[in-house]
Structure formats: structure tokens, C-alpha cells
Design a protein around this ligand. Sequence first.
Ligand code: ATP
Ligand code: MG
Length: 288
Amino acid sequence: MSTMLEVSGLNHRYGAGEKAHVAVNDLSFTVEAGQLASIVGPSGCGKSTLLRCIAGLIKPTSGRVSLHGDDVSGVPEDLAVVFQDYSRSLFPWLSVAKNVEFPLRWRNLSRSERRTRAQEALESVGLAGVGSKFPWQLSGGMQQRVSIARALASKPALLLMDEPFASVDAQTRFELEDLTRRVQRENGSTVLVVTHDIDESVYLSDRVLVLSKSPATIVADLPVGLPAERNQITTRESAEFVTLRGEVARLLHGGAPEAVTAASDAAEYELAQQDAAADAATKAHTKS
Ligand SMILES: Nc1ncnc2c1ncn2[C@@H]1O[C@H](COP(=O)(O)OP(=O)(O)OP(=O)(O)O)[C@@H](O)[C@H]1O
Ligand SMILES: [Mg+2]
């Protein structure tokens, strides 16, 4: 496997002097081509900052980001980002098809090629019939599918997703997780997803990078050995899934895996909350 993304000694500081805030501190990791990696970390720890540095949207204070061997300076052509807030990332005055085609305008593609690509991308996210509608005529989950289609249409070497399913309901979230896994496998894409959700980080990925609280450093890099074919109900019930999510939760709450502390009690509480939400979503899923 070749290395798609290499982040080495990355630091990012906002501001200067006494008011400076170090958001990312000496982060190094690589993502292999065709891998789906998740990044999970506490709120405010620097996840979005890291993604913005990788996407070339901000220049890191120091350190290096390279995409298939080329240093990133400015937004690379073969990289796409899906942001959390779909309502602000789609143009309301453009049809769905035109939104998906939009970034292709800067590619050397004919009009008909752009149309075909957009159509294929919409089909791959299950939205073949909605190209002529406007984003505001779609549900939140559908709008987020449009954002995913727009990212896929450019056939990116690396797809970055920043909490892509945080604004949708639990059932839609399950569907979008499965969609992400399916298109990632079909296209052999390399994907880096930031999420707050411990279960999602395990369910979605081949690997989970756990970040510390601010400034972000890597506290663990856990391989996910679950079978490639996953199922929202049976995978989440499997012993390996339950063990991994427990490990991620304990790491996030600052305790060693074997240490039974207040932190792990908090993790248990969070897991119980997530169980209740997942049960509710599963019931809704089974009914529909
Ligand atoms: N443009 C900015 N100027 C100054 N400080 C910023 C800026 N953007 C982010 N920060 C600060 O940097 C830190 C990391 O922010 P960042 O958005 O990367 O965190 P995050 O891990 O993505 O958080 P969340 O999980 O809530 O999305 C925070 O303390 C934040 O206040
Ligand atoms: Mg963020």
C-alpha cells in the first residue's frame, strides 16, 4: 500500500503573543491509500484545525503535510472536503445538479462530462432523481448526501469529512455511515473522517486516531479489525466492537484502559447514553 497522506510535526497556533492559542501540537501520522481513518477527540481539541491544515485552507505554523508525496500549499486539486453544516455548504440558488457540478468548473472537463460526473455522483448516493430540485426542497439528510456527491464528483485522491453526520437524526446517520463505507470501498478512496461519536469512529473505519484535549496530540492509533462487511445492528453488538468502543472511550476520558476511575465511569455513562440513542434509532430503522 502506498502512503496517501503524510502529516509530520504539524503545529498550528492561532494569534500571537500572550493571546496565542496552540490548537495543534506536533502531530505526525500517515494514512495509506485506500484506508478509511477516523479522528476522534474532545470538543475544541483542534480536529477542524488539523483538517483545515491538511486541506490547505490554512497554513500550519510549522510542520509538513504531503499528499501522495507532494507538499500541500494551497488547496490541492485532488482533495475534497465535506463539512458538517450542509445548510451552509450548498448554494441555495443553484439546483442540486449544479451544486454538484460547481467544483468541476475548474477542471479541464467539457460541459457534458461535468453533467455526467454529477449525475453519476448523485446516483451513487441514491439521489438520481433530484438533480433539478433546489437544496432547500430536500431534507437535511438528503442535503448532506448532495454534499457527499459533490465531493465524490471530483474523484478526489483524499476525501476529508469534518463531523459530516453531526446535524442529522440517528437513523439518517446510520444510512450515511453505510453510504460512506460503500462508496469508499467501491471507489477505493482514501477517507479521513473527524467525528465526536465514539461508536461512529469504530463502525466507520479501518483505524481510529484518538486525540488528546487541546492542543491536539495523538494519544492512540487503534486498528479496527472488524470485518469489512458491517451491519448497523450485528456489528455494533459484536464483542470486538464493544471492546474497541470501550477502549476509545477510556482513552478519551484520560484513563488507562485497565484503570477503573471516575473517567471510566463517565465513559460508561456516555456509552449508556449512546446505547439508548442507538436502540431508539435501531427500532426506528427496523420499523421503516
Ligand atoms: N480562527 C480561529 N482563531 C482563533 N482561535 C481559533 C480559530 N479557530 C479555532 N480556534 C481555537 O482553536 C481550538 C481548536 O479549534 P477547532 O475548531 O480546531 O476544534 P475542534 O476539535 O474541531 O472542536 P469541535 O469538536 O468543537 O468542532 C479551539 O480552542 C478554538 O477556539
Ligand atoms: Mg470542529
